[in-house]
Design a protein. Sequence first.
Length: 202
Amino acid sequence: MKFFLNVPLIRLTSLAGVLAFCLLSPVAAQVELPGRSNQVQPIDPNDPNNLRPTGQNNSLLSIDGGKRLMTEASNAVSSQNYDAAAKKLQEARIVFNQLSNFYQDLNSSFSGIDNRVADAQRKKALETAQMRDEATYQLALVHRAQNKPELAVPLLIQIVKSQNPTRDLGKKAYQQLLELGFVDTPAQGGGATSSTSSPAKK
């Protein structure tokens, strides 16, 4: 595509000094939750993308399990092993997205019956949706470091749609699209600084 031609190559040696993974920001109501249909879809236990939900800390399909994948991705970035980092971040996206879907289903089930439980599940759904978007943003940065803007652009657009362009992560995602040349109109109020254009590491 024509807009990719002006994208500057990212120096791999510069990635060693990038800031640590941003701490997850507080959950806000603008985060878009995944759309859910009224019909419950059965989970195929043989599908590798379907993970067993549990609150145990050693389970993959849990908030702690998703955070663990993010940490492993950060370590891979530190070693400039971007293929491994991309794999871990994609797994983290799946975990957080499925958790958000499950919590949203529980919210819908208890809505109008027990609002206390419904509100608690909605809060969990928003929290895990925020984590999903954080993992998606880091994955987009890894693809930039790999000089694969064609993979980064769709992820960044997903973040802008989910987060809302007025929120910090949405602004950062749009700034990435601007740096990539996919868009050419700066957002009002400015975007994130160019220091966010490389994957973060610990």
